[in-house]
Design a protein around this ligand. Sequence first.
Ligand code: GTR
Length: 407
Amino acid sequence: MKKIIVCLCLLGVPFLSAVAQTEANYDESKVPAFILPPLLVNEEGKRVTSAQEWERDCRPEILSLLADQEYGVMPAGEFETRYEVMATNAKALGGKATSKQVKITFKKGYLERPVVILMYLPNQVKGKAPVFMGYNFGGNQTIHPDPEIVPTSERERGAAQSRWPLDKILAAGYGVITVDCNQVFPDNPEGLPKSVMRLFGIQEEADLQPNTGQAMSAWAWGLSRMLDYLQTDPQVDATKVIAIGHSRLGKAALWAGAQDTRFAAVVSNESGCGGAALSKRAFGETIDIITTKFPYWFCKNFKAYGNNEETLPFDQHELLALIAPRPLYVASAEEDRWADPRGEFLSAKYASEVYRLYGYKGITTEEMPQVNTPVGQRVTYHIRTGKHDITTYDWEQYLRFAVANLK
Ligand code: GTR
Protein backbone atom coordinates (compact mmCIF):
# COMPACT_ATOMS: atom_id res chain seq x y z
CA MET A 1 0.00 0.00 0.00
CA LYS A 2 1.00 3.56 -0.59
CA LYS A 3 2.33 5.59 2.27
CA ILE A 4 -0.14 8.35 2.89
CA ILE A 5 1.25 11.86 2.69
CA VAL A 6 -1.29 14.41 1.65
CA CYS A 7 -3.33 15.64 4.54
CA LEU A 8 -6.16 18.03 3.99
CA CYS A 9 -9.08 19.73 5.41
CA LEU A 10 -8.57 19.02 9.07
CA LEU A 11 -11.67 20.94 9.89
CA GLY A 12 -14.41 20.02 12.25
CA VAL A 13 -15.48 16.51 13.08
CA PRO A 14 -12.65 14.14 12.23
CA PHE A 15 -14.21 10.70 12.14
CA LEU A 16 -17.59 11.40 10.66
CA SER A 17 -17.11 9.11 7.68
CA ALA A 18 -17.21 6.13 10.04
CA VAL A 19 -20.78 7.06 10.88
CA ALA A 20 -23.57 5.69 8.65
CA GLN A 21 -24.28 8.40 6.16
CA THR A 22 -27.15 7.71 3.88
CA GLU A 23 -28.17 11.36 4.05
CA ALA A 24 -26.07 13.81 2.12
CA ASN A 25 -23.93 16.17 4.17
CA TYR A 26 -23.92 19.81 3.04
CA ASP A 27 -22.03 21.23 5.96
CA GLU A 28 -18.36 21.95 5.20
CA SER A 29 -17.50 21.78 8.90
CA LYS A 30 -18.67 18.15 8.93
CA VAL A 31 -16.41 17.03 6.12
CA PRO A 32 -14.25 14.34 7.72
CA ALA A 33 -10.53 14.74 8.05
CA PHE A 34 -9.18 12.65 5.24
CA ILE A 35 -5.95 11.63 3.68
CA LEU A 36 -5.54 11.27 -0.07
CA PRO A 37 -3.31 8.66 -1.66
CA PRO A 38 -0.33 10.56 -3.07
CA LEU A 39 -0.13 10.77 -6.84
CA LEU A 40 3.61 10.55 -7.21
CA VAL A 41 4.26 7.49 -5.05
CA ASN A 42 3.57 4.00 -6.31
CA GLU A 43 2.23 1.03 -4.38
CA GLU A 44 5.73 -0.06 -3.34
CA GLY A 45 6.33 3.36 -1.87
CA LYS A 46 8.65 4.52 -4.65
CA ARG A 47 8.49 8.25 -5.34
CA VAL A 48 8.53 9.23 -9.00
CA THR A 49 10.09 12.43 -10.27
CA SER A 50 9.55 12.41 -14.03
CA ALA A 51 6.73 11.91 -16.49
CA GLN A 52 8.42 8.75 -17.78
CA GLU A 53 8.63 7.27 -14.30
CA TRP A 54 5.04 8.22 -13.58
CA GLU A 55 3.85 6.48 -16.74
CA ARG A 56 5.88 3.41 -15.92
CA ASP A 57 5.43 3.11 -12.15
CA CYS A 58 2.18 4.87 -11.21
CA ARG A 59 -0.22 5.19 -14.13
CA PRO A 60 -0.76 1.45 -14.77
CA GLU A 61 -1.32 0.79 -11.05
CA ILE A 62 -3.95 3.52 -10.76
CA LEU A 63 -5.69 2.39 -13.91
CA SER A 64 -6.02 -1.19 -12.74
CA LEU A 65 -7.06 -0.15 -9.23
CA LEU A 66 -9.88 2.03 -10.55
CA ALA A 67 -10.98 -0.68 -12.98
CA ASP A 68 -10.95 -3.34 -10.30
CA GLN A 69 -12.51 -1.41 -7.42
CA GLU A 70 -14.71 1.28 -8.96
CA TYR A 71 -15.71 1.28 -12.63
CA GLY A 72 -15.23 -2.40 -13.35
CA VAL A 73 -13.44 -4.24 -16.10
CA MET A 74 -14.88 -4.91 -19.54
CA PRO A 75 -14.56 -8.65 -20.20
CA ALA A 76 -12.35 -9.68 -23.12
CA GLY A 77 -14.08 -10.98 -26.21
CA GLU A 78 -14.21 -10.88 -29.96
CA PHE A 79 -17.09 -9.38 -31.90
CA GLU A 80 -17.66 -7.95 -35.36
CA THR A 81 -18.21 -4.27 -36.10
CA ARG A 82 -20.04 -2.91 -39.13
CA TYR A 83 -20.39 0.75 -40.14
CA GLU A 84 -23.24 1.97 -42.29
CA VAL A 85 -23.83 5.59 -43.30
CA MET A 86 -27.61 6.04 -42.93
CA ALA A 87 -27.94 9.68 -43.97
CA THR A 88 -25.83 12.69 -44.86
CA ASN A 89 -26.70 16.29 -45.61
CA ALA A 90 -23.99 18.68 -46.74
CA LYS A 91 -26.27 21.65 -46.12
CA ALA A 92 -27.66 20.91 -42.69
CA LEU A 93 -28.67 23.65 -40.24
CA GLY A 94 -29.07 26.29 -42.93
CA GLY A 95 -25.84 25.30 -44.65
CA LYS A 96 -23.61 25.71 -41.59
CA ALA A 97 -22.99 22.01 -41.14
CA THR A 98 -22.66 18.66 -42.77
CA SER A 99 -24.75 16.18 -40.86
CA LYS A 100 -24.16 12.50 -40.90
CA GLN A 101 -25.82 9.57 -39.16
CA VAL A 102 -23.82 6.40 -39.01
CA LYS A 103 -25.06 3.12 -37.65
CA ILE A 104 -22.47 0.99 -35.90
CA THR A 105 -23.57 -2.60 -35.42
CA PHE A 106 -21.71 -4.77 -32.96
CA LYS A 107 -22.32 -8.40 -33.74
CA LYS A 108 -21.54 -11.60 -31.91
CA GLY A 109 -23.14 -14.73 -33.34
CA TYR A 110 -26.84 -14.02 -33.78
CA LEU A 111 -26.70 -11.10 -31.36
CA GLU A 112 -26.61 -7.54 -32.74
CA ARG A 113 -26.34 -4.25 -30.90
CA PRO A 114 -26.86 -1.22 -33.16
CA VAL A 115 -25.82 2.26 -32.10
CA VAL A 116 -26.49 5.39 -34.16
CA ILE A 117 -23.88 8.14 -34.21
CA LEU A 118 -25.19 11.61 -34.99
CA MET A 119 -22.60 14.05 -36.36
CA TYR A 120 -22.61 17.75 -37.23
CA LEU A 121 -19.39 18.97 -38.81
CA PRO A 122 -18.63 22.66 -39.47
CA ASN A 123 -18.73 23.53 -43.19
CA GLN A 124 -16.42 26.50 -42.64
CA VAL A 125 -13.60 24.07 -41.82
CA LYS A 126 -11.97 22.81 -44.98
CA GLY A 127 -10.65 19.31 -44.40
CA LYS A 128 -10.81 17.43 -41.13
CA ALA A 129 -12.60 19.08 -38.23
CA PRO A 130 -11.84 18.77 -34.51
CA VAL A 131 -14.88 17.54 -32.59
CA PHE A 132 -16.52 17.27 -29.20
CA MET A 133 -17.92 13.81 -28.65
CA GLY A 134 -20.31 12.89 -25.88
CA TYR A 135 -23.45 10.96 -25.08
CA ASN A 136 -26.91 12.43 -24.91
CA PHE A 137 -29.29 11.26 -22.19
CA GLY A 138 -32.53 10.68 -23.96
CA GLY A 139 -32.29 10.38 -27.73
CA ASN A 140 -30.31 11.82 -30.63
CA GLN A 141 -33.35 13.85 -31.74
CA THR A 142 -33.38 15.69 -28.39
CA ILE A 143 -30.23 17.67 -29.18
CA HIS A 144 -31.84 19.73 -31.99
CA PRO A 145 -35.23 20.08 -33.73
CA ASP A 146 -33.60 19.19 -37.10
CA PRO A 147 -36.32 16.94 -38.67
CA GLU A 148 -33.67 14.79 -40.35
CA ILE A 149 -32.40 13.32 -37.08
CA VAL A 150 -33.44 9.67 -36.84
CA PRO A 151 -35.06 9.38 -33.40
CA THR A 152 -33.58 6.86 -30.98
CA SER A 153 -36.34 7.25 -28.38
CA GLU A 154 -39.87 8.58 -27.94
CA ARG A 155 -38.74 11.90 -26.56
CA GLU A 156 -39.57 15.18 -28.22
CA ARG A 157 -37.28 16.65 -30.87
CA GLY A 158 -35.10 19.40 -29.49
CA ALA A 159 -36.03 18.66 -25.86
CA ALA A 160 -32.39 19.00 -24.76
CA GLN A 161 -31.48 21.68 -27.27
CA SER A 162 -30.26 24.14 -24.64
CA ARG A 163 -27.53 21.63 -23.74
CA TRP A 164 -26.14 21.51 -27.28
CA PRO A 165 -25.60 25.06 -28.64
CA LEU A 166 -24.70 23.76 -32.09
CA ASP A 167 -24.49 27.19 -33.76
CA LYS A 168 -21.84 28.36 -31.29
CA ILE A 169 -19.86 25.14 -31.49
CA LEU A 170 -19.89 25.07 -35.29
CA ALA A 171 -19.02 28.77 -35.51
CA ALA A 172 -15.91 28.05 -33.41
CA GLY A 173 -14.86 25.46 -36.00
CA TYR A 174 -15.77 22.37 -33.96
CA GLY A 175 -18.04 19.48 -34.79
CA VAL A 176 -20.38 17.60 -32.48
CA ILE A 177 -20.65 13.83 -32.31
CA THR A 178 -23.26 12.26 -30.08
CA VAL A 179 -24.89 8.93 -29.29
CA ASP A 180 -27.86 8.04 -27.09
CA CYS A 181 -26.25 6.40 -24.04
CA ASN A 182 -29.24 4.06 -23.77
CA GLN A 183 -28.23 2.32 -26.98
CA VAL A 184 -24.98 1.23 -25.34
CA PHE A 185 -26.30 0.50 -21.87
CA PRO A 186 -29.90 1.45 -21.07
CA ASP A 187 -29.78 3.77 -18.09
CA ASN A 188 -32.04 1.82 -15.76
CA PRO A 189 -31.80 -1.14 -13.38
CA GLU A 190 -33.09 -3.51 -16.08
CA GLY A 191 -30.55 -2.29 -18.63
CA LEU A 192 -27.93 -5.02 -18.37
CA PRO A 193 -29.53 -7.70 -20.63
CA LYS A 194 -30.21 -5.08 -23.33
CA SER A 195 -26.73 -3.59 -23.15
CA VAL A 196 -23.52 -4.22 -25.10
CA MET A 197 -22.42 -6.42 -22.18
CA ARG A 198 -24.31 -9.20 -23.98
CA LEU A 199 -21.51 -9.24 -26.56
CA PHE A 200 -19.24 -10.42 -23.76
CA GLY A 201 -21.55 -13.13 -22.49
CA ILE A 202 -22.96 -11.04 -19.61
CA GLN A 203 -26.72 -11.14 -19.60
CA GLU A 204 -27.79 -11.10 -16.01
CA GLU A 205 -26.72 -10.04 -12.58
CA ALA A 206 -25.40 -13.55 -11.78
CA ASP A 207 -22.85 -13.22 -14.60
CA LEU A 208 -21.16 -10.29 -12.87
CA GLN A 209 -17.91 -10.81 -11.03
CA PRO A 210 -17.22 -8.33 -8.21
CA ASN A 211 -15.04 -6.36 -10.63
CA THR A 212 -17.10 -6.66 -13.82
CA GLY A 213 -18.01 -3.32 -15.35
CA GLN A 214 -21.59 -2.23 -15.85
CA ALA A 215 -23.05 0.99 -17.32
CA MET A 216 -20.12 3.31 -16.64
CA SER A 217 -17.59 0.94 -18.14
CA ALA A 218 -19.84 0.09 -21.07
CA TRP A 219 -20.40 3.79 -21.78
CA ALA A 220 -16.66 4.44 -21.69
CA TRP A 221 -16.11 1.44 -23.95
CA GLY A 222 -18.75 2.84 -26.33
CA LEU A 223 -16.95 6.19 -26.56
CA SER A 224 -13.80 4.35 -27.60
CA ARG A 225 -15.70 2.35 -30.23
CA MET A 226 -17.09 5.62 -31.63
CA LEU A 227 -13.57 6.96 -31.75
CA ASP A 228 -12.60 3.84 -33.74
CA TYR A 229 -15.22 4.90 -36.27
CA LEU A 230 -14.09 8.54 -36.29
CA GLN A 231 -10.59 7.37 -37.19
CA THR A 232 -12.05 6.09 -40.47
CA ASP A 233 -14.08 9.23 -41.26
CA PRO A 234 -12.29 11.54 -43.71
CA GLN A 235 -14.10 14.63 -42.39
CA VAL A 236 -13.03 14.24 -38.77
CA ASP A 237 -9.67 15.05 -37.24
CA ALA A 238 -9.39 11.96 -35.05
CA THR A 239 -6.33 13.43 -33.32
CA LYS A 240 -8.60 16.19 -31.94
CA VAL A 241 -11.53 14.38 -30.41
CA ILE A 242 -12.56 15.88 -27.07
CA ALA A 243 -14.59 13.56 -24.84
CA ILE A 244 -17.31 15.52 -23.07
CA GLY A 245 -20.13 14.59 -20.74
CA HIS A 246 -22.58 16.08 -18.29
CA SER A 247 -23.16 14.49 -14.92
CA ARG A 248 -23.32 10.66 -15.15
CA LEU A 249 -22.16 11.00 -18.72
CA GLY A 250 -19.29 13.18 -17.47
CA LYS A 251 -18.19 10.29 -15.27
CA ALA A 252 -18.24 8.08 -18.38
CA ALA A 253 -16.25 10.65 -20.40
CA LEU A 254 -13.58 10.81 -17.69
CA TRP A 255 -13.28 7.04 -17.47
CA ALA A 256 -13.06 6.80 -21.26
CA GLY A 257 -10.39 9.49 -21.43
CA ALA A 258 -8.45 7.91 -18.57
CA GLN A 259 -8.22 4.56 -20.34
CA ASP A 260 -8.00 5.58 -23.98
CA THR A 261 -5.20 8.03 -24.65
CA ARG A 262 -6.45 8.63 -28.20
CA PHE A 263 -8.88 11.16 -26.71
CA ALA A 264 -7.16 14.49 -27.17
CA ALA A 265 -8.84 16.14 -24.18
CA VAL A 266 -11.63 15.58 -21.68
CA VAL A 267 -14.39 17.87 -20.38
CA SER A 268 -16.22 16.92 -17.20
CA ASN A 269 -19.38 18.96 -16.67
CA GLU A 270 -20.64 18.54 -13.12
CA SER A 271 -19.70 14.84 -13.01
CA GLY A 272 -19.73 14.78 -9.19
CA CYS A 273 -19.55 11.56 -7.19
CA GLY A 274 -17.71 8.81 -9.09
CA GLY A 275 -16.61 11.54 -11.52
CA ALA A 276 -14.40 14.51 -10.70
CA ALA A 277 -15.40 14.96 -7.03
CA LEU A 278 -13.26 13.54 -4.24
CA SER A 279 -15.09 10.63 -2.59
CA LYS A 280 -13.32 10.97 0.73
CA ARG A 281 -14.98 14.33 1.39
CA ALA A 282 -18.35 12.55 1.48
CA PHE A 283 -20.04 15.87 0.67
CA GLY A 284 -23.32 15.83 -1.26
CA GLU A 285 -23.79 12.53 -3.05
CA THR A 286 -21.69 9.74 -1.48
CA ILE A 287 -20.56 6.29 -2.55
CA ASP A 288 -23.25 4.73 -0.39
CA ILE A 289 -25.96 6.87 -1.96
CA ILE A 290 -24.81 6.40 -5.55
CA THR A 291 -24.25 2.65 -5.33
CA THR A 292 -27.63 2.18 -3.64
CA LYS A 293 -29.54 4.32 -6.13
CA PHE A 294 -27.60 3.22 -9.21
CA PRO A 295 -26.30 -0.30 -8.48
CA TYR A 296 -25.88 -0.85 -12.23
CA TRP A 297 -23.38 1.98 -12.84
CA PHE A 298 -20.20 0.74 -11.15
CA CYS A 299 -18.72 -2.66 -10.39
CA LYS A 300 -19.92 -4.39 -7.24
CA ASN A 301 -16.61 -3.89 -5.44
CA PHE A 302 -17.27 -0.14 -5.24
CA LYS A 303 -20.19 -0.53 -2.86
CA ALA A 304 -17.92 -1.73 -0.04
CA TYR A 305 -16.51 1.80 0.27
CA GLY A 306 -19.91 3.31 1.04
CA ASN A 307 -19.91 4.85 4.53
CA ASN A 308 -16.36 3.58 4.63
CA GLU A 309 -14.49 6.17 2.59
CA GLU A 310 -11.41 6.11 4.82
CA THR A 311 -10.60 2.62 3.48
CA LEU A 312 -10.63 3.78 -0.17
CA PRO A 313 -7.15 3.05 -1.53
CA PHE A 314 -7.69 5.68 -4.27
CA ASP A 315 -9.65 8.84 -4.95
CA GLN A 316 -10.93 10.75 -7.93
CA HIS A 317 -7.88 13.05 -8.29
CA GLU A 318 -6.16 9.87 -9.52
CA LEU A 319 -8.80 9.40 -12.21
CA LEU A 320 -8.17 12.97 -13.36
CA ALA A 321 -4.41 12.45 -13.28
CA LEU A 322 -4.79 9.60 -15.77
CA ILE A 323 -5.85 12.21 -18.35
CA ALA A 324 -2.44 13.94 -18.07
CA PRO A 325 -0.79 15.40 -20.06
CA ARG A 326 -3.89 15.92 -22.20
CA PRO A 327 -6.02 19.03 -21.60
CA LEU A 328 -8.67 18.57 -18.91
CA TYR A 329 -11.58 20.84 -18.02
CA VAL A 330 -13.57 20.29 -14.83
CA ALA A 331 -16.68 22.39 -14.25
CA SER A 332 -19.17 22.77 -11.41
CA ALA A 333 -22.30 24.82 -10.78
CA GLU A 334 -22.89 26.86 -7.65
CA GLU A 335 -26.30 25.37 -6.87
CA ASP A 336 -25.21 21.82 -7.70
CA ARG A 337 -24.04 20.99 -4.20
CA TRP A 338 -25.03 17.34 -4.77
CA ALA A 339 -21.97 17.08 -7.05
CA ASP A 340 -19.69 18.77 -4.46
CA PRO A 341 -18.15 21.70 -6.38
CA ARG A 342 -15.33 22.06 -3.84
CA GLY A 343 -14.50 18.37 -4.16
CA GLU A 344 -14.37 18.77 -7.94
CA PHE A 345 -12.09 21.80 -7.65
CA LEU A 346 -9.69 20.11 -5.21
CA SER A 347 -9.51 16.98 -7.28
CA ALA A 348 -8.59 18.96 -10.42
CA LYS A 349 -6.09 21.00 -8.42
CA TYR A 350 -4.36 17.90 -6.99
CA ALA A 351 -4.29 16.19 -10.37
CA SER A 352 -2.37 19.22 -11.66
CA GLU A 353 0.68 17.82 -9.86
CA VAL A 354 1.03 15.19 -12.58
CA TYR A 355 0.66 17.81 -15.32
CA ARG A 356 3.60 19.61 -13.74
CA LEU A 357 5.76 16.55 -14.34
CA TYR A 358 5.11 17.04 -18.05
CA GLY A 359 5.95 20.74 -17.83
CA TYR A 360 2.34 21.90 -18.03
CA LYS A 361 0.61 24.35 -15.78
CA GLY A 362 -2.68 23.16 -14.33
CA ILE A 363 -4.50 24.82 -11.46
CA THR A 364 -2.20 26.76 -9.17
CA THR A 365 -4.66 28.80 -7.11
CA GLU A 366 -5.15 27.59 -3.57
CA GLU A 367 -8.71 28.75 -3.12
CA MET A 368 -11.89 28.05 -5.03
CA PRO A 369 -12.28 30.73 -7.72
CA GLN A 370 -15.13 33.22 -7.80
CA VAL A 371 -18.20 32.14 -9.77
CA ASN A 372 -17.97 32.44 -13.56
CA THR A 373 -14.19 32.88 -13.40
CA PRO A 374 -12.27 29.97 -14.94
CA VAL A 375 -8.84 29.24 -13.45
CA GLY A 376 -5.88 27.16 -14.63
CA GLN A 377 -4.37 26.32 -17.99
CA ARG A 378 -3.86 22.75 -19.18
CA VAL A 379 -6.20 21.83 -16.34
CA THR A 380 -8.96 24.41 -16.09
CA TYR A 381 -11.81 24.71 -13.61
CA HIS A 382 -14.87 26.89 -13.29
CA ILE A 383 -17.89 27.15 -11.07
CA ARG A 384 -20.73 28.91 -12.79
CA THR A 385 -23.81 30.41 -11.22
CA GLY A 386 -26.95 28.34 -11.48
CA LYS A 387 -28.15 24.79 -11.33
CA HIS A 388 -27.06 21.31 -12.35
CA ASP A 389 -27.05 21.54 -16.15
CA ILE A 390 -24.79 22.14 -19.13
CA THR A 391 -25.35 25.60 -20.51
CA THR A 392 -24.12 27.90 -23.26
CA TYR A 393 -21.85 29.54 -20.69
CA ASP A 394 -20.20 26.17 -20.04
CA TRP A 395 -19.75 25.48 -23.76
CA GLU A 396 -18.25 28.94 -24.35
CA GLN A 397 -15.54 28.12 -21.82
CA TYR A 398 -14.91 24.67 -23.34
CA LEU A 399 -14.57 26.15 -26.82
CA ARG A 400 -12.11 28.77 -25.64
CA PHE A 401 -10.20 26.10 -23.75
CA ALA A 402 -10.09 23.76 -26.75
CA VAL A 403 -8.85 26.48 -29.08
CA ALA A 404 -6.11 27.46 -26.60
CA ASN A 405 -4.96 23.95 -25.70
CA LEU A 406 -5.41 21.83 -28.81
CA LYS A 407 -3.05 23.56 -31.16
C1 GTR B 1 -28.11 11.98 -10.20
C2 GTR B 1 -26.93 11.19 -9.71
C3 GTR B 1 -25.67 11.94 -10.02
C4 GTR B 1 -25.62 12.49 -11.41
C5 GTR B 1 -26.96 12.92 -11.94
C6 GTR B 1 -27.07 13.06 -13.45
O1 GTR B 1 -29.33 11.39 -9.88
O2 GTR B 1 -27.09 11.01 -8.34
O3 GTR B 1 -24.55 11.11 -9.74
O4 GTR B 1 -25.01 11.61 -12.28
O5 GTR B 1 -27.98 12.07 -11.57
O6 GTR B 1 -26.57 12.24 -14.20
O7 GTR B 1 -27.75 14.02 -13.86
